[in-house]
Design a protein around this ligand. Sequence first.
Ligand code: UDP
Length: 241
Amino acid sequence: MGDNNSNSKAVYNRVVIKLSGEALAGSKGFGIDNDVLDMVADQIIEVYNMGLQVAVIVGGGNIWRGRSGIGMDRSTADYMGMLATVINALALQDALENKDIQTRVQTAIEMRQIAEPYIRRKAMRHLEKGRVVIFACGTGNPYFSTDTTAALRAAEIDAEVILLAKNVDGVYDDDPRKNPNAKKLDYISYIDVLNRGLNVMDTTAISLCMDNKIPIIVFGLADNHSIRDAVLGKKIGTTIE
Ligand code: UDP
């Protein structure tokens, strides 16, 4: 947690921030954009400095998605996706540590020369000691997503909320890229997301959050203070609860 003790206004103590891989790619849509990485690190540090305990789940879609592996064995393609998340996790770790923030990367698939293995109690201890914990390799299982990982880890470490940073600024009632009349929703229930087939998180992730009563705030990272505004309880993006 940060050290300037200005957490009186934050409405949470321990949060999970889910960064999609695309959020790190910027306008290029692929790979890692250094300026975007820097901006994301600053946004994380801003809430860290409010005294919050911050765990980050990184996606891998800016490098590889299992479903890109057309004609490939699905599990192999998914393991490639999990490895992609490690590249993003190390990049984010580097960006945060360049700004003097202590971090730990924990991977769901062991790669001890690179990062710690995921150990729940150790992750919670790191958070208590004020280290930003970055979870990589998703759940460690093919056929899952990093959104589901966010739901799982949030439940495991007792996080109060998932802050889902996307390239779009919330949940719409239709695809805003295809329908110019699509409306942004302020609130929506888990069950409505499922019933209406809204493409915000996969159904496994949504139902895990629903079963464990973990609220999700979906927002875009384009505004430089969106994570801060979310933890201050300001009305940004869409809340799923
Ligand atoms: N993945 C997986 N199991 C997990 C998490 C991720 O197999 O528990 C794989 C899956 O192939 C996925 C890829 O890793 O497509 C990258 O993750 P994701 O698509 O969730 O990243 P994002 O869309 O958030 O960038």
